[in-house]
Design a protein around this ligand. Structure first.
Ligand code: NAP
Ligand code: SF4
Length: 664
């Protein structure tokens, strides 16, 4: 497939973009320290080399009160702007264009200096902001404009003013956070004054043609959010004030509706963008849960937007655009919207990377250069660890053979993609499968490698993975007891009443799988999360429609901690919410007694209970499979779940394999 709309150039202000792909802003943690400037420049340069039309940096604050956290990124001095030339120069050398995002965190600032339109505390930060004085608001608008002017001096080709996601500008716009009674609040018109002043003052400093992108919040998804009329009025006025492009944002960070994680259907928010586009004459950029060139092309071809912003997909594959443009879209390493190595890292104060591409943000330190050794490499096991190793080794020029005892590639990943909302995992398998083909890796499926088979290889990597743990429990052989693997592969279709033993990531996923109604579509998804027409419901938020779980599920664990507390920082809350919405009964602090014809017998605090269920699904963690490694007697590399089964995840497996290959 070719992508005529996606790959068509577009002119915004005085800037010609080579295509319609915008790498959306994402904070990586490399922005916050001067020491990381070279790494940040290399990260952007690789994306520019990969052909992206416009890169947008992570957010830079216009003053200290706008920091995301103490000493976070800001652009406030001439000296800083000169340093940024390392970034802009690196991108320009690769033929790319780059915009600086100006972001004032407002009450989302994780520090005691934070300010906002009012002193209302956000539910996601411990710090209560100070309400800006009337003069303080005026000065902040000027600070924004001065940062925009410094961006021009730094060599940026454009700026993006962050007006969505619940940051300061959004806090001024919404009645829920702006109850001021001065010139910057009160009526809807006065709430809009702050962003308009930011844009007008910026425009005054940078001249008529310099591209100013404004990220507008289409759906706040919080109570007391903006009405659709307010959004449209703001868009018109921004256009008049001199905005060149409207990028779009969905949901405040504190919203309790997921907007970008895997369980959000692809393209879920495109209709909101189309609705805005119909109202304005400047270009509009679609964003959120768009991760393939096919979907991006479809949105542009339908006239729903003029540009498409993809942040995480460009983290996952720097060469997304080049591959799309050279008929190699099937080689794109697709972002699976897991957040595990990008946003989860950033929200835990770690530098971002990517689960499917551990080189992201480590371009200068995790290098897979061509090898000078004419060595052969055998990889045993084709789960995420083995696949990443085989592909990386072949990319370096090793002659690679991949052994897999089952009839398909993927290992535990194949199971994950059966979980509702985790269908994206299939893309990673498609990517690895195609790369193995293109790189000429010899793949031997249905082959259980023996020590003898491996004797002739220079390097042997054992990635034989894990097996589900079978707890030591009376009645474990009862016919009602089944493994999560059998359930997720469809070998067993459980009855109406099910007990799930073990409430780690897989127990939670299996509970979702068992209760989910496969007939649910995008409209149902919106209804379950209470997303309504913003023309009727301010912020786009309405009553949630209850789910109709197709089974009665009880999820159990021995620990007394709440179920699901160890799930991903930015996605765990949504998984926990789905369990609740699906009526999954959660029981912790249990002791398992036995399984028999009556069901699962367990006790809590010494009180016996019996769950009359049709099936008991074991999700009790995993154990490493190491027989081959032990037989090889230490002459091999051991990675992935075969190395450490506890808390195995694909992020660790893929990174471990990639790092091993870099060191070969
Ligand atoms: P896990 O997270 O280690 O959870 C295993 C569960 O089994 C625990 O709840 C544990 O809790 C229970 N358990 C352990 N030994 C048991 C025994 N002998 N008898 C009964 N119960 C026992 O493993 P997992 O759920 O299989 O997940 C594996 C990894 O995949 C996770 O660590 C995670 O990184 C990844 N994953 C992540 C997600 C996600 O949403 N991010 C989803 C799926 C998988 P008690 O000991 O308290 O009973
Ligand atoms: Fe996408 Fe996951 Fe990579 Fe983040 S870590 S960019 S969500 S694949």
């Amino acid at each position: 497939m070719s992508y005529p709309h996606l790959l068509a150039p577009i002119t915004i202000g005085n800037l010609e973009l080579r295509n319609r792909v915008v790498m959306g802003s994402m904070h990586t943690g490399l922005e916050d320290s001067r020491r990381d400037l070279a790494a940040l420049a290399a990260y952007f340069a690789e994306r520019a080399r990969g052909g992206v039309g416009l890169i947008v940096t992570g957010g830079y604050a216009p003053n200290k009160r706008g920091w995301l956290k103490p000493f976070a990124s800001e652009l406030t001095t001439r000296l800083q702007s000169m340093r940024h030339r390392e970034i802009t120069g690196a991108v320009h050398d690769e033929g790319g264009a780059i915009a600086l995002q100006v972001l004032h965190a407002g009450r989302y600032g994780y520090h005691p200096l934070s300010v906002s339109a009012s002193n209302k505390k956000s539910p996601i930060t411990p710090f209560r902001p100070r309400a800006l004085s009337t003069n303080g608001v005026d000065q902040t608008a000027t600070d924004f404009a001065e940062t925009v002017a410094l961006a021009v001096k730094a060599g940026y080709d454009a700026v993006e003013i962050m007006g969505s996601e619940g940051y300061l500008i959004n806090q001024f716009l919404a009645a829920r956070t702006n109850d001021r009674n001065d010139a910057w609040g009160g009526t809807a018109e006065r709430r809009m004054r702050f962003p308009l002043e930011v844009v007008r003052r910026s425009r005054d400093l940078v001249g008529a043609d310099f591209p100013i992108v404004y990220r507008i919040s289409l759906l706040d998804l919080v109570e007391g959010g903006q009405t659709w009329d307010e959004v449209v009025t703001l868009a018109h006025q921004l256009e008049e004030a001199g905005v060149t492009v409207l990028n779009t944002g969905i949901g405040w960070h504190e919203a309790r509706v997921p907007t970008i994680i895997t369980q959000v259907p692809r393209g879920a928010w495109r209709s909101a963008t189309a609705r805005l586009k119909a109202e304005v004459s400047i270009p509009v950029c679609a964003s959120n849960r768009i991760n393939t060139p096919e979907l991006a092309e479809e949105i542009l071809a339908a006239g729903e937007a003029d540009l498409v912003s993809m942040a995480r997909p460009l983290l996952a594959d720097a060469f997304f655009v080049e591959k799309a443009a050279t008929s190699r879209a099937d080689e794109i390493n697709t972002c699976i919207a897991c957040n595990q190595a990008c946003l989860d890292h950033v929200f835990k104060n770690r530098k971002a990377s990517c689960l499917v591409n551990p080189r992201a943000c480590r371009e200068t330190t995790l290098v897979l250069g061509p090898t000078k050794r004419a060595a052969t490499v055998a990889v045993v096991g084709a789960g995420p660890a083995g696949l990443a190793t085989a592909v990386s080794a072949a990319e370096r020029g090793f002659a690679v053979t991949l052994f897999e005892k089952s009839e398909a590639l993927g290992g535990q990943f194949r199971l994950a993609m059966a979980v509702p909302g985790k269908e994206e995992f299939a893309e990673t398998l498609r990517y690895f499968t195609r790369r193995l083909e293109v790189l000429g890796v010899e793949v031997r499926l249905r082959t259980e490698a023996t020590a003898g088979d491996l004797a002739s290889y220079d390097e042997v990597v054992v990635a034989t993975g894990v097996v589900g743990r079978v707890p030591d429990l009376d009645g474990i052989d009862h016919p009602s007891v089944v493994s999560y693997a059998d359930v997720l592969t469809g070998v067993v279709v459980p009855g109406k009443r099910v007990a799930v033993v073990g409430a780690g990531g897989i127990g939670v996923d299996v509970s979702h799988f068992l209760t989910h109604d496969p007939a649910d579509d995008l409209d149902d998804w919106m209804a379950h999360w209470g997303v309504g027409d913003p023309g009727v419901h301010p912020g786009g938020l309405t009553e949630r429609k209850p789910r109709t779980p197709i089974r009665e599920v009880t999820l159990l664990q021995r620990k007394t901690t709440p179920i699901g507390v160890d799930l991903g920082k930015t996605s765990g809350w949504a998984h926990r919410a789905v369990l609740k919405q699906s009526g999954v009964v959660q029981v912790n602090g249990v002791t398992y007694d036995r399984v028999d014809d009556e069901g699962l017998h367990y006790s809590v605090d010494g009180t016996p209970h019996v769950l009359a269920v049709d099936h008991v699904v074991l999700c009790a963690g995993q154990e490493s499979v190491r027989d081959l490694y032990d037989e090889l007697g230490g002459g091999a590399h051991l990675i992935g779940g075969a190395d450490v089964a506890a808390e195995l995840d694909a992020k660790r497996a893929i990174e471990q394999g990639t790092r091993l290959v870099a060191a070969l």
